[in-house]
Design a protein around this ligand. Structure first.
Ligand SMILES: O=C(O)CCC(=O)C(=O)O
Ligand SMILES: [Fe+2]
Length: 218
């Protein structure tokens, strides 16, 4: 598998010199894609606040000009797909992830509550929205982050593209006060986004262990 990770926002964290050969058509398309998904994410977050009965903008404000990044992932075909996984089981460390299964080759699976894996079917022109660990924390557990994995295909390559939406570095990650007030107890600790990602990158990617470290035993 090859994983190209590009930090896209905030703009001052971009490192364009690392990709000097990127054709300008790809740069332009990527920029359009990012701007479109940024607007989509902001709409989705607003609707989620409403659905969760949070105070308006309580969560979305933290994501305004927050950390955003894109991963372009290539999975080569594998002649013995039963022996390996394309991506190990994990939940994303994000608030939300907007995923495109670019070339229409499936493989993404989500874990259900009973522990079985179900495929995320390919629908033409559809994007997949994954709830990440940060949204589980913000919603005080009302939304559960989706544990997912990717299987490999014996004869087809797979290309996917993920857009990761996160709070800004200065923001704090913790359960929304309006939700904890209505529906105690508070289920997660509050930490800065910076500390959160330092912890995340210091760990091995493994199921939902990143989130478990923030849980408060009530
Ligand atoms: O390739 C995919 O469909 C999933 C990628 C993924 O889970 C990730 O980048 O976190
Ligand atoms: Fe993921």
């Amino acid at each position: 598998m090859s994983y190209s990770f590009i930090s896209t926002n905030p703009v001052h964290l971009r490192r364009p010199h690392l990709l000097p050969q990127l054709p300008s058509s790809l740069r332009d398309n990527l920029e359009t894609y990012i701007q479109t998904l940024k607007a989509l994410a902001s709409g989705l977050l607003g609707s989620m606040e409403e659905a969760l009965e949070m105070e308006a903008n309580e969560m979305a404000a933290k994501m305004d000009d927050g950390l955003q990044s894109v991963a372009i992932i290539y999975y080569p075909p594998c002649p013995q797909p039963e022996l390996v996984l394309g991506f190990t089981p994990h939940s994303d460390a994000t608030c939300i992830t907007i995923l495109s299964q670019v070339n229409g080759v499936g493989g993404l699976q989500v874990k259900t509550r009973d522990g079985s894996w179900v495929p995320v079917n390919i629908l033409p022109n559809a994007l997949v929205v994954l709830v990440g660990d940060i949204l589980e924390v913000f919603s005080n557990g009302l939304y559960e982050s989706a544990e997912h994995r990717v299987t490999v295909n014996p004869d087809k390559e797979r290309i996917s593209m993920a857009f990761f939406v996160n709070p800004k570095l200065e923001a704090e990650i913790g359960p929304a006060a309006s939700l904890v007030m209505k529906n105690p107890p508070c289920r997660f600790k509050t930490i800065s986004t910076e500390q959160y990602f330092n912890n995340f990158f210091g760990r091995v990617l493994d199921r939902k262990t990143n989130l478990e470290a923030l849980k408060i035993d009530n």
